[in-house]
Write a protein that binds this ligand. Structure first.
Ligand SMILES: [Fe+2]
Ligand SMILES: [Fe+2]
Length: 483
């Protein structure tokens, strides 16, 4: 790696480490796209607070030893830049039919359409989540949380830039059209929705936000990891750097849920409540009861599972064969990286029962990535359950069975309980309110969403964090709302 790769050039309008000042064509294309992006940010980015000073981190380098600096910024002045992780020398395509060939610095003609589609799908999720979260600033439980929300939002904006750069640089005119389309679609819109289901759902409250950043951003992590393996080197480098930022988003989710659980347990203990499922009593304390947290978890986990697509998929096999999209930690897996004769166990519906069936490993790649995802999700549950156990309560949060509440894949046309018991439509209709948030649950959570903007103060339903951002003390003013 050389210094040129690591340092970011801030002299151009668009900060970058890809030598944009020597690449007039792409610089012009991106400068042409910039006003539309700013318009989109004003229309669809965070509602309010656009003139507030927010203590944000901005990437100034891609050196893993120190890449960000923190300072007060007005969000519309955030320097959205194009940052690629340093080029690895002599990198090869690490899987598929081109295994071992030098990685491509340009788009391989035969795989152009597939590559463009994957970049567009990834790109589409980035602005979508900003749109979904745009109302949340108004009900932030603290300035600390508000700052974290805005940090996630500006970085998702940067991830959109990252994908748009690839489209503008490598895909000519259709790349430009796709880049415009990314600003045209809207989360939840009837005529121009975002491309994937979970990104058209509402994020109505802060518990949803934490669940989203824990479960749905983690899907993003898995997708970025598999694209970071790509034989198309610019995509690989882009995704590798995005993953550094993405880690914070999942941290916000994991610690957010931890703090909600902590606060609920503390309040129950202080009030002498022995049964955590006594919902009315717990809610009367102004905290979110554990069964409702479980329901929110069920919803967001299953919406996120749908993002992995069908368990058995020839598209996934083609993208792997082509060297475009690999497996999670591909280079650390000890096999031939071609999967021609391997199998992988896939959960399927066989004669009305959920069974594991061996499928060709190539077509089962979505299932494999989803399994890796589930394993990654479990870590948070262990932490949350530890908080509950330490508080002396006999209650466990759990991931629901993959057959529960699915809209894509093997189980989309059946109903199952969170324990994986198949049930008929009538039973589902009667009981789904036990497993998924009801209107009442939503109304109760909404009633708690009162903004807290005093420095160092937190809403009744959430504990303060253990440490501040950038090691700031508890009374730090993360957002200067009035300037
Ligand atoms: Fe992202
Ligand atoms: Fe994210």
């Amino acid at each position: 790696m050389n210094v040129h790769d690591i340092k970011v050039d801030y002299s151009t309008k668009i900060p970058n480490n890809v030598g944009l000042s020597d690449d007039r064509r792409v610089l012009k294309a991106l400068e042409g796209w910039h006003p539309g992006y700013i318009d989109w940010w004003h229309d669809m980015g965070p509602e309010g607070f656009q003139q507030s000073l927010v203590y944000l981190r901005t990437a100034y380098s891609v050196d893993p030893r120190g890449w960000a600096k923190f300072d007060y910024v007005k969000m519309p002045d955030y320097r959205w830049g194009i940052l690629l992780a340093p080029q690895e020398e002599n990198r090869v395509v690490p899987f598929g039919q081109h295994f071992g060939e030098p990685a491509w610095q340009d788009v391989p003609g035969e795989h152009r359409a597939m590559l463009r589609r994957l970049i567009v799908i990834q790109g589409d999720t980035e602005p979508a989540s900003v749109e979904q979260q745009r109302h949340l600033g108004k009900t932030a439980p603290s300035l600390y949380d508000m700052r974290n929300l805005f940090q996630v939002n500006v970085e998702e904006g940067r991830h959109l830039w990252a994908m748009v750069y690839l489209l503008q640089k490598y895909f000519g005119r259709d790349g430009r059209e796709e880049a415009d389309g990314l600003l045209r679609r809207r989360s939840g819109s009837d005529d121009a929705p975002r491309m994937l289901g979970a990104f058209n759902e509402a994020t109505p409250d802060w518990l949803s936000f934490f669940m989203f950043t824990y479960f749905t951003d983690r899907d993003g992590k898995m997708q970025l990891h598999s694209l970071a393996q790509s034989g198309f080197d610019p995509l690989s480098r882009t995704c590798r750097f995005m993953l550094t930022e993405e880690a914070h988003h999942m941290f916000v989710g994991e610690t957010g849920i931890s703090r909600v659980v902590q606060r609920t347990c503390d309040a129950m203990k202080a009030a002498g409540i022995a049964d955590p499922t006594d919902i009315a009593k717990v809610r009367a304390l102004g905290v979110i009861d554990l069964p409702t947290i479980q329901k929110k978890l069920n919803l967001h986990y299953t919406l996120s599972l749908d993002l992995f697509g069908s368990e058995v998929s020839t598209n996934a096999a083609n993208a792997f064969n082509a060297g475009i999209k690999g497996r999670y930690h591909e280079t650390q897996i000890n096999d031939d990286h071609k999967l021609q004769n391997d199998t992988y166990p896939v959960l399927k519906l066989v004669n009305g029962e959920i069974k594991r069936v061996d499928e060709p490993a190539l077509t089962a790649l979505n299932m494999r990535l989803r399994d890796d995802y589930t394993q990654d999700c479990v870590k948070g549950l262990l932490r949350w359950n530890k908080i509950i156990t330490l508080a002396g309560y006999d209650f466990k949060l759990a991931l629901p069975n993959v057959a529960f509440h699915r809209q894509i894949g093997e189980f989309k046309s059946i109903h199952a309980t969170p324990d994986g018991l198949l049930i008929d439509d009538a039973t589902w209709g009667k009981r789904k309110g036990e497993w998924l948030p009801s209107t009442d649950d939503g109304d109760f959570i909404a009633s708690l969403m009162q903004p807290v903007t005093e420095i160092g103060e937190f809403a009744s339903w959430i504990s303060p964090p253990k440490v501040g951002i950038d090691n700031k003390p508890g009374d730090f003013e993360y957002v200067k709302i009035e300037t």
